[in-house]
Write a protein that binds this ligand. Structure first.
Ligand code: SF4
Length: 62
């Protein structure tokens, strides 16, 4: 599974990288990026990050 961050929506709050640093990190523009695939071990936290993103910028796809 992969996460996708819509950079037109992301406001750079950093929450997703705090919740699931195994998948999300902040880039040089202070926008989140999904730098790693989601694994069974990180799926729950990645989904939590998606659900808690204040602007619903995160999509998770197979
Ligand atoms: S939680 Fe949403 S708005 Fe905040 S950094 Fe992550 S993708 Fe961007």
């Amino acid at each position: 599974m992969k996460a996708i961050v819509d950079h037109d929506l992301c406001i750079g709050c950093g929450l997703c990288a705090d919740i699931c640093p195994e998948v999300f990190r902040m880039n040089d523009d202070n926008l989140a990026e999904a730098y790693a695939d989601i694994t069974p071990e990180t799926q729950e936290k990645a989904e939590q990050a998606r659900d808690e993103c204040p602007v619903e910028a995160i999509t998770i796809a197979e």
